[in-house]
Design a protein around this ligand. Sequence first.
Ligand SMILES: Nc1ncnc2c1ncn2[C@@H]1O[C@H](COP(=O)(O)OP(=O)(O)OP(=O)(O)O)[C@@H](O)[C@H]1O
Length: 318
Amino acid sequence: MNEIWTEKYRPRSLDDVIGQKDVTQRLKGYVEAKNMSHLMFAGSPGTGKTTCALALARGMFGESWKGNFIELNASDDRGIDTVRGKIKDFARTAPVEGAEFKIIFLDEADALTNDAQGALRRTMEKYSRTCRFILSCNYSSKIIDPIQSRCAVFRFRPLNDDDIREFLEKIASSENLDMEEGAMDSLVYIARGDMRKAVNTLQTSASVGGTITADTVSKVSGTANEKDVLEILTTALGGDFIGSRNKLDTIMINYGLSGQDVIRQIHSAVFTLPLETRDKVRLVDKIGEIEFRLIEGSNEKIQLEALLAYLVMAGGKS
Ligand SMILES: Nc1ncnc2c1ncn2[C@@H]1O[C@H](COP(=O)(O)OP(=O)(O)OP(=O)(O)O)[C@@H](O)[C@H]1O
């Protein structure tokens, strides 16, 4: 139970990476050619960017991959010093064990200031004979154009629910976990395409001991059950303001949710509600307004109750 499952179950080869088939297909081309350009991996967290960089290095360098690969995090030291220091130190030493070049994987490259990116660009040029960079970021638009134009860009999509479910089922079976029906649905709902979040939430839920239930998953992740959120909304739409308010109070206390947590979950539930598209659009507009007020520090109880009141009126049954 001590080992972190995101490491234990991290795919070692490009063939084992889940989803991201377009990306892995192209990366395998580099492995076959034993050569690559600078790369940029863009996409949301927990979708396989670091995993693919490691698998690419393994495929490219075989046994000697560790000596020819370094992983740095740009946000450890937001700025120019990371680029000038650690990167240059690694870049200026020759590749080991007959490799043609080394790979520098720079995570959260979009956290670098523009000045630091300028310095990075010069470093990329200076050492391009012996070093290839893989820049990982959530948003490629935050990377300056001269760097973007030097890189082949790879886009990582959030993983789909079936892929997440299948991966979690494999882990659950190899860890002999006892899971109640519904727990897996909650994990997939909470992950929203982020495999790291899915695996971490599964491990934390397992550490509680006993059968893993949807409720354990919700509690350890500080996320209400999808079913409970829908129930609050449909109760309000059905005209029962007091009933929906009581349910809301209960889930906020049980799961320790903040107003902002709740509003985000309500937002993602809107499109499953039995409403005309026009009414859903109005509701999204209202949610946007209330979320803004909550961020500005308004009283969360009053704001959330105002949203329930709005739903009661929208339902037209009070
Ligand atoms: N496509 C995938 N296939 C299998 N496992 C995955 C995949 N993506 C993520 N994981 C799991 O989630 C963990 C985190 O993934 P990874 O470090 O590759 O994410 P990332 O995209 O680099 O995220 P970040 O942007 O936060 O750095 C991995 O250790 C692995 O267990």
